[in-house]
Design a protein around this ligand. Structure first.
Ligand SMILES: Nc1ncnc2c1ncn2[C@@H]1O[C@H](COP(=O)(O)OP(=O)(O)OP(=O)(O)O)[C@@H](O)[C@H]1O
Ligand SMILES: CCCC(=O)O
Length: 370
């Protein structure tokens, strides 16, 4: 019997670009990065306000590439800072749109993914989905305890790429994702290390502005007392401290660049500080992997290194040297989020997985569309 063909448009909005893909089943027909000038985006007060501009840009790009929209079966966007939900493929509903437009858990470019998917899909009368947004929360109760009763640990991480890579490795090992215990370290602009216990991420660092290893542009965990003292020193505004932690932390803070390739060149040119800081980043990732292996009580089928930094040979070697006593280390450099979105939609369209319903209700009036 001939395999049924589904054609899916996927949308991944980033802070300076919108990535789009068109897939026929798993096969990419188009993958394109549309870059946005900073001064164009600056015209919009909130991220949600960029929606009409980004939508027109996407439609124009699809038109230029000769993509026939009437052939699409579904549109799938990257999910944003929603309420905490378990992993899976969610149909975009009014409650989700309301949370995305308001920025329920904060402003993040990926909040536009669900909104754009909905707007394009509804005009074509086809379903709109999001897959594994950054707020996927499968933490076990014990992992939520921070040690400070006023603050609970939160799950904010690269859920889409972590779960997609974990599924890929499971296939390679001839197993299902929910049969394995895996540790996945996504190492990009931010770094998150997840303990995947039989298909659920039972512990992970909040990589957005919370904790974990420092990364090319984020500080990760910093000594709490010293941070409090700095906040109350009267020398910095709240926004300045936040910027030093997220955006200007990590490699940027120490070395003035978020580009690990440049850092490797600095090291080659004999820069001792660059060498120490780069090694410290690998050391902190290895430490976090060690912590995740304790979460899984040492029963770990594989450690997976992914994200842009996993292209760095010496970086990967330094981590591997410290953690290979736990289990095999598998390297999947880069991230394939457009493909992961298409695969998430396909699992539902093929009936391999049930679509999930986003909880909550519409609380604010939907802003008038321009
Ligand atoms: N060949 C390479 N060798 C070493 N590092 C590399 C290489 N290619 C990319 N990187 C580094 O990977 C980092 C960016 O990774 P990535 O593209 O996954 O991040 P991002 O998508 O911007 O952020 P995030 O993954 O947090 O969403 C940069 O520091 C970049 O310099
Ligand atoms: C950690 C959540 C995803 C991101 O890096 O923005």
């Amino acid at each position: 019997m001939q395999e049924q063909k589904f054609r899916i448009l996927t949308i991944n909005p980033g802070s300076t670009s919108t990535k789009i893909g068109v897939f026929e089943n798993e096969r990419p027909l188009l993958e394109k990065t549309i870059r946005h000038e900073a001064d164009v985006l600056r015209r919009y007060q909130t991220i949600a306000d960029q929606y009409e501009f980004r939508k027109q840009t996407i439609l124009q790009a699809l038109d230029e590439e000769g993509i026939n929209l009437s052939k699409l079966s579904a549109v799938c966007g990257r999910g944003g800072l929603l309420r905490p939900i378990e992993g899976g493929t969610y149909r975009v509903n009014e409650a989700m749109l309301d949370d995305l437009r308001r920025g329920y858990s904060g402003q993040h470019a990926s909040n536009l993914g669900g909104i754009l998917a909905h707007e394009i899909a509804s005009a074509l009368n086809i379903p709109a989905f999001i897959v594994d947004p950054v707020v996927v929360d499968e933490l076990e109760p014990i992992a939520r305890i921070s040690g400070f009763p006023l603050i609970e640990r939160r799950s904010i991480f690269h859920a889409l790429n972590q779960k997609a890579v974990a599924r890929r490795v499971a296939r390679q090992l001839g197993k299902r994702y929910d049969e394995l215990n895996l540790i996945v370290a996504h190492m990009g602009g931010g770094i998150t290390v997840g303990a995947h216990k039989q298909g659920r991420v039972v512990d992970v660092n909040n990589g957005l502005d919370g904790e974990g290893p420092f990364s090319p542009e984020r500080a990760g965990t910093v000594p709490a007392g010293d941070l409090v003292a700095l906040c109350f020193s009267g020398e910095y505004y709240r926004e300045e401290v936040m910027r030093m932690l997220v955006g200007q932390g990590g490699l940027v803070g120490y070395l003035g660049t978020n580009d690990a390739v440049k850092v490797e060149n600095m090291i080659e040119d004999g820069d001792e500080k660059a060498k120490l800081v780069y090694e410290a980043m690998a050391y902190q990732v290895a430490k976090e992997i060690g912590a995740a292996s304790a979460v899984l009580a040492g029963k770990v089928d594989a450690i997976i290194l992914t994200g842009g930094l996993a292209y760095g040979k010496s970086f990967v070697e330094q981590i591997t040297r410290r953690v290979q006593w736990i289990t095999n280390v598998i390297v999947h450099p880069g991230e394939n989020e457009l493909q992961a979105l298409a695969e998430g939609a396909l699992r539902v369209l093929r009936g391999e997985e049930e679509e999930k319903v986003y909880p909550g209700e519409v609380v604010s009036p939907v802003p008038a569309r321009r």
